[in-house]
Design a binder for this molecule. Structure first.
Ligand code: ADP
Ligand code: MG
Length: 310
């Protein structure tokens, strides 16, 4: 199996140029935009297109039979949420190669779930993890190491080791958020990342492009961001989890039509959408919204001191 760019038989001059652009892996090359690459490298477009398709072929991104797809999807590992109910709702847990969106009102448990998944991805396969690390992109400043510590303890994991395996970054605006995701092409393979969290994915975009008049440009930029995340998920076999805060009472909210309809950001992107609702006390209700392969149903879970449980 082909492992590195060198194995593609690329000439050393081009290899060096690619490296200068930060393209050091087959995944990065497969994800590259041939037009941009051609300009930046001053190499003819057809040559670049050939390189990129070679990289894609090496990663098995060509045609496949439906049976091959079935076997691939069935063998994809899932990350447990900590709640059997919620795992069952999700068809086993949060899937790699997929964007999972948790949307819901303030306090519905989106951030707690993100914390829990950043811990659980580190568990061994037999315990519902991937034995891999997590990236946590925080746009709202709601990440708390104390919660990671408590959740790690709750699972009998070493809290310091668990925290060492979570790469945290505070994204200060939407451009920064997108630049951070761009850098992940390098970090993910280097650190063996299995989960990328963006909490929240929509906050900066909403703040920077408020109201109806900015809806089109906001959605366009957000789509670009989601596309970035989707390629990471597919190329690196990582799970991408994003959150999206929506209004609890759309009837009294005016100004933003997407939030008003409780709109989820993945409207045009593939993935799994999970709506979270507050219930009594520490109980929360999760509902799958139009996932192509999962039935629409509900699950109840709890947010406890040691994390997400049934
Ligand atoms: P969202 O991100 O959807 O706004 P959060 O994930 O921050 O919501 O959930 C906040 C809720 O999580 C709190 O209302 C509380 O019920 C629960 N929670 C937070 N910290 C703890 C804790 N240490 N122990 C138990 N429950 C907690
Ligand atoms: Mg939150």
């Amino acid at each position: 199996k082909v492992k590195s760019l060198e194995d593609l038989g690329i000439s050393s001059t081009i290899l060096k140029k690619l490296q200068e652009m930060g393209i050091t892996t087959i995944e990065a090359l497969a994800a590259a935009n041939p037009q941009e690459l051609s300009q930046n490298l001053a190499i003819p477009l057809p040559t670049v297109q050939k390189l990129v398709s070679q990289a894609r072929a090496a990663l098995g991104l060509g045609f496949k039979t439906a049976l091959e797809i079935k076997k691939e999807r069935m063998s994809l590992p899932k990350i447990t949420t900590g709640s059997k109910n919620l795992d069952n709702l999700l068809g086993g847990g949060v899937e790699v190669k997929t964007i999972t969106e948790f949307f819901g009102e303030f306090g519905s448990g989106k951030t707690q779930l993100c914390h829990q998944l950043a811990v659980n991805v580190q568990l061994p396969l037999e315990k519902g993890g991937l034995s891999r690390k997590a990236v946590y992109i925080d746009t709202e400043g709601t990440f708390r190491w104390e919660r990671i510590e408590a959740m790690a303890r709750g699972l009998g994991l070493d809290p310091d080791k668990t925290m060492e395996n979570i790469f945290y970054v505070r994204a200060v605006n939407s451009d920064h958020q997108m630049a951070v995701v761009e850098e992940l092409k390098e970090l993910i393979p280097k650190e063996d990342i299995g989960l990328v969290v963006v909490d929240s994915v929509t906050g900066h975009f909403r703040a920077e492009y408020p109201g109806r008049e900015n809806l089109a440009v906001r959605q366009q930029k957000l789509n670009r961001h989601l596309h970035q995340l989707m390629s990471l998920a597919e190329l690196f076999d990582v799970a991408v989890v994003v959150t999206n805060q929506v209004m609890a009472r759309p009837d009294v909210f005016y100004g933003d039509p997407t939030t008003a309809i409780g709109g989820h950001v993945l409207y045009h992107a593939p993935g799994v959408r999970v709506q979270l609702k507050k219930s009594r006390g520490n109980r929360r209700i999760a509902r799958i919204v139009d996932a192509p392969h999962l039935p629409e149903s509900e699950a109840v879970f709890a947010i406890t001191e040691v994390g997400i449980r049934d």
